[in-house]
Ligand binder design. Sequence first.
Ligand code: B12
Length: 215
Amino acid sequence: MSEVLSKIAKSIEELDGKEAENLVRKALDEGVDPVKILEDGIIAGVRAVGEKFEKKEYFLAELYEGGEIAEKLVEIVGPRIPKEAGGARKRVVIGTVHGDLHDIGKNLVAMQLTMAGFEVRDLGIDVPAMRFIEEAESFKADIIAMSSLLMATMMNMAEVVNLLKELGLRDKYKVLVGGGPINPALAQMFGADGYAENAVEAVKVAKKLVGLGGA
Ligand code: B12
């Protein structure tokens, strides 16, 4: 079982999208846990691409290609992850912070929240701080969720929290953050109410933040 997962990771690392897609479909047909396919296959593979980019073995074109392959695979696997029931009617605005164009992880979180019963307004990428707040107001959101994959942009999460405070709106929303460089200590430093490491955890934390139980 774990062999197919490492093969998926390897094929993504080698940017063989066709092979990766075949392997993912095969794994799903064989009943491999979709969460495992996601984490130990797809995400592991895309991380390996990131590492090669860091070591300058891959360049921007390869980074893009890896992202595109992962995006397609996530679309196949995401809907197969079992639903976490119970988020009903609570609302989330989600987006990637200003300056950051990464959206695969954010999309996955949005997808999981939707499948768990949350109403989700996805603001996309490169979202300015004020827009998070305007959209949260107009959507009557309960949670503002932000993603950042770049160290250079993660402080923009704190900017949203500070703006909320300035506008006297801080207590109106729960702020949930995540993304590669974020950890619980940083989330706390940015003034967020919650942090989750992955999309499955994000649902649990979101539910907890709005008083719907969860882990
Ligand atoms: C694919 C990719 C790209 C693609 C993005 C395509 C897309 N549509 O998203 C492209 C090619 C555009 C790209 C561009 C760049 N990238 Co890039 N990229 C990646 C790569 C390889 C994978 C990211 C990914 O999709 N991971 C898979 C997803 C599923 O995982 P995830 O995003 O972490 O999300 C999970 C969790 O973090 C969490 N999560 C995410 N968001 C949220 C939000 C909430 C609310 C919660 C609760 C949880 C949560 O749940 C998700 C699901 O489990 C990473 C490597 C890596 N290690 O991550 C580099 C990486 C993020 N990129 C990096 C860099 C440097 C860049 C560029 C600056 C390169 C350049 N010189 O131009 C540009 C920046 C462009 C910009 N302004 O944003 C660096 C960032 C270093 C840093 N920490 O600052 C990395 C780490 C690569 C590296 N090792 O150097 N990149």
